[in-house]
Design a protein around this ligand. Structure first.
Ligand code: F6R
Length: 606
């Protein structure tokens, strides 16, 4: 959730920390801070608000040193404030922490009774005091002090610490919050996310839970909690930092919406044998005895899971259930050994999702991860992985990561269906043709959804919005409402259209518009009835309809037409008007689209 960047090397740490923090700001941005140290001097600065506020407090000539650490925070314990921002200090020690220390009340009482005074409301500050105390009690080095403290900490953490007494190194430990080392020439970086240092190096080493690392400009020393050496291999990141920049678009969200034709084609690339009309998923092997699927995820990824259920049930005739990760863990779920748990997380770092995956594995299920971030925690933990290949998604509101999840689920469902012999050859060949058309039709959907930019002016005074869908478009209604809430802070609900009359219709009047997902198909007559019901109560209606549908224009106020596609893949195309509607409304309102208030890209706390 929060972001960490550390540096030790031969260059000035300050500019490298600032540029790393800028790239990490999407992870949390209610306060920031950094520490730079050189022999016998440590300078620390912290500020509530965004990075710019921190920068305005810094006189670069005061922050001289080749070692440092920076942090961008998303508040969990204690409000966003200068005092609660990291780094937290205790005499010559400065630490930054991601995650949550669950027993911090007990530890705080202990440390305060030993005479250490906590000045923040955070769970993190106690770590700095505990380390200082351990050094005073005789630990010889920062690494030994950190290892002495770790057994006391319950919860998840990535901790990085430095001291003016050991200015040539940074020391860190991780348990459930990601940390990755970037290896440069005579320098090392350490961050919660590679984007923090990717402009400097693409050689990385991932740390695992239990690792304690000491980094010096030319050495990486990883040990476990007992001090036993842990060997690590390095890998190379193949995408570059320009892929993570805006490239002329006003916002990352817009850029990422427009990237969808390309990324869908990347998701499909190499996974379709067009000549033989087959899906090729060599990355995974599915047990032919598979009888049941559980899909687990949070937020937008959960909406992908809901659509996945349709795909698996219809194409592979496999009984499938979906559950929010945050609920799964506490339900004492029953999992059979003939069951596969498909865990979806674009970031691969969502704490609720990770914990649910751990629980499913503990109960005997194999885990198949669908993730966008290579070697993030979830893929590393899982038995099988399918990467969605959306490239870096910077906008907090997910767009391309979602639609690539849908395509990945479709590939998986066809793959399992073929294995289980539930798809005949003609259907398989038709499905493959339609899948291959998706990138082109995605571009058409973007073009035709651009009309929403003009349409939204009619909806400025709305008290709230309701998104209606049926079947596999009901999750898209949920997604449309979520996108609008996130980016515009407006009240919006997604509803299965058939449920309207059981309550929500009471909200409908001329100031409560409806966005109706109403493509032609078996559920079209039902949707038309629902549209008539809300129209007769005064609602203004935007329909998302099938290209060429002349009838719909006379039933609603505004229409966005989508190209025709196999109904199972329609959610991919129907996501676009949801995304652009949310984007245009937010842009008109002037909200902070890429970094909506109170949100963070990767939610690494429960
Ligand atoms: C909304 C959004 C979130 C995430 C959710 C899970 O636009 O992005 O709802 O989908 O926080 O995140 P991941 O997929 O990274 O596990």
């Amino acid at each position: 959730m929060c972001g960490i960047v550390g540096y030790v090397g031969t260059r000035d740490a300050l500019p490298l920390l600032l540029s790393g923090l800028q790239r990490l700001e999407y992870r949390g941005y209610d306060s920031t801070g950094l520490a730079v140290c050189s022999a016998d001097t440590m300078r620390v600065v912290r500020s509530e608000g965004k990075l710019q506020q921190l920068q305005s407090k810094i006189n670069p000539t005061d922050f001289v040193g080749h070692t440092g650490v920076g942090h961008t925070r998303w508040a969990t314990h204690g409000k966003p404030s200068d005092q609660n921002a990291h780094p937290h200090c205790s005499e010559h020690i400065a630490i930054v922490h991601n995650g949550i220390i669950e027993n911090y009340h007990t530890l705080r009482n202990e440390i305060e009774s030993d005479g250490y005074q906590c000045v923040s409301e955070t769970d993190s500050e106690i770590i700095a005091h505990l380390i200082l105390k351990t050094l005073r009690d005789g630990a010889q080095t920062l690494s030994l002090a950190l290892r002495g403290v770790l057994p006391k900490l319950e919860g998840s953490y990535a901790i990085v610490l430095l001291s003016e007494r050991e200015p040539e190194r940074i020391v860190a430990a991780t348990n459930g919050s990601p940390l990755v080392i970037g290896k440069g020439k005579n320098e090392m970086f350490l961050a919660s996310d590679v984007t923090a240092f990717l402009s400097e190096t693409n050689h990385v080493v991932y740390l695992e839970a239990g690792d304690v690392v000491t980094l010096e400009q030319d050495s990486i020393d990883v040990v476990n909690h007992d001090g036993m050496p842990v060997s690590k291999s390095s890998s190379e990141i193949t995408w570059n930092i320009t892929q993570a920049e805006k490239q002329g678009f006003r916002h990352f969200m817009l850029k990422e919406i427009y990237e969808q034709p390309q990324v869908l084609s990347d998701t499909l690339s190499g996974r379709i044998d067009a000549a033989n009309a087959h899906v090729v998923l060599d990355e995974i092997s599915i047990d032919p005895a598979l009888q049941k699927l559980s899909l687990i995820a949070c937020g937008t990824s959960f909406h992908a899971a809901l659509i996945g259920r349709f795909l698996f049930e219809q194409l592979a005739r496999i009984s499938s259930s979906c559950e929010l990760a945050s609920e799964f863990r506490y339900r004492n779920p029953v999992i059979g050994t003939d069951e596969l748990t498909v865990v979806i997380s674009q970031s691969g770092e969502t704490a609720d999702t990770m914990i649910a995956a751990q629980e499913a594995k503990r109960l005997g299920s194999k885990i198949l991860a669908i993730s966008n971030v290579i070697d993030s925690s979830l893929p590393r933990f899982s038995d099988h992985v399918l990467y969605t290949r959306a490239g870096p998604e910077i906008s907090v509101a997910s767009t391309k990561a979602f639609t690539t999840q849908l395509v990945t689920l479709a590939l998986l469902a066809i793959h399992i269906g073929v294995q289980k012999n539930t798809i005949d050859d003609t259907t398989r060949s038709h499905l493959i043709d339609e899948l291959m058309m998706l990138p082109t039709k995605m571009a058409d959907s973007i073009r035709s959804s651009e009309c929403l930019q003009d349409i939204i002016v009619h909806y400025e005074n709305a008290r709230g919005f309701i998104f209606l869908g049926r079947g596999n478009l009901y999750p898209i209604a949920l997604e449309g409402a979520l996108k609008l809430k996130e980016t515009s802070y407006l009240h919006a609900e997604g509803y299965p259209a058939g449920e309207m009359k059981h309550g929500p219709i009471a909200m409908i009047d001329k100031d409560f518009p409806v966005i109706a997902l109403a493509p032609q198909g078996v559920l079209y007559p039902k949707m038309k009835t629902n549209i008539a019901e809300v129209k007769s109560r005064g609602a203004r209606v935007i329909a998302i309809a099938t290209e060429g549908d002349k009838e719909i224009t006379s039933l609603v106020d505004d229409v966005v037409f989508l190209p025709d596609i196999h109904p199972l893949f329609l959610p991919v195309l129907a996501s676009v008007p949801m995304q652009l509607f949310a984007y245009y409304v937010a842009d008109r309102k002037g909200t902070d689209i890429d970094q909506p208030r109170n949100l963070a890209k990767s939610v690494t706390v429960e």
